[in-house]
Design a binder for this molecule. Sequence first.
Ligand code: G
Ligand code: G
Ligand code: MN
Ligand code: NA
Length: 249
Amino acid sequence: HALEMDLKFALQRQEFELHYQPVVNLTTKAVCGFEALVRWRHPQLGLIAPNRFIPLAEETGIIVALGEWVLKRAAKDAMAWPDQIKLAVNLSPVQLRQGSIVEAAAAALRSSGLASSRLELEVTESVMLAGAQSREALETLRSMGIAIVLDDFGTGYASLSYLADMSFSKIKIDRGFIAHLPTHATSRAIVGAITNLARELDIEVTAEGVETEEQLLILKAAGCTHAQGYYFARPKPIDDVECEWNASV
Ligand code: G
Ligand code: G
Ligand code: MN
Ligand code: NA
């Protein structure tokens, strides 16, 4: 449990940093936003990926303070970008349940001066099965002008009918499906089905984890509107993203 102890002090020791990965509009070929992805620069262990500490942060409740820091830091960073560039921030279900997320988002917008219309909050399918508290929080965030994005779509247990009920602004197709394009016929069918459904519901679709041109061509043909992945760019520290919004792909 050494990592847990370290995690408790990591925030005050300023060991977290944000990396940003561009999201590309496939119609205009322009970068239209960045997703903030947190990393922990551990003094002994080096850079630690979120998969290794987010679950621990959730179990210990540290995710609430960490999430507030991420929102504040990212909103401040995004103020240096042109107005049309959106900022996407991942939310943990714990943050939504816990109740202070509305206050945290409002504080981040207020202290940075970022327009709420530039902020996208990514939630996973688990929120659709969550309690009234979480769903009310999402509703309030939406009423503030913040876009709610359904992340990692296709990996959870939620039924498709929830999609119509919850009024998401955008769906992100889980990279597991993209990874199996083009050879895996089922993945191809699933990507096509999600894209068609989103179009019917008038929701934007982002494909995650696009690594090859071949995948990109299939996604475009399926009607996917946005994409993200190593094919375009890896997540990078803030100082390296400044030049990216003009770079067409
Ligand atoms: O960054 P990676 O590239 O390794 O992200 C792995 C996982 O960690 C993803 O599922 C991502 O949504 C999650 N993640 C990254 N940054 C954050 C964050 O700031 N808050 C939360 N709750 N999850 C994050
Ligand atoms: O769950 P979420 O979508 O928030 O997580 C994004 C995660 O996906 C991060 O860990 C990020 O580093 C990773 N990622 C982004 N692009 C690619 C890609 O093209 N391939 C793979 N394998 N991972 C990617
Ligand atoms: Mn995400
Ligand atoms: Na995702």
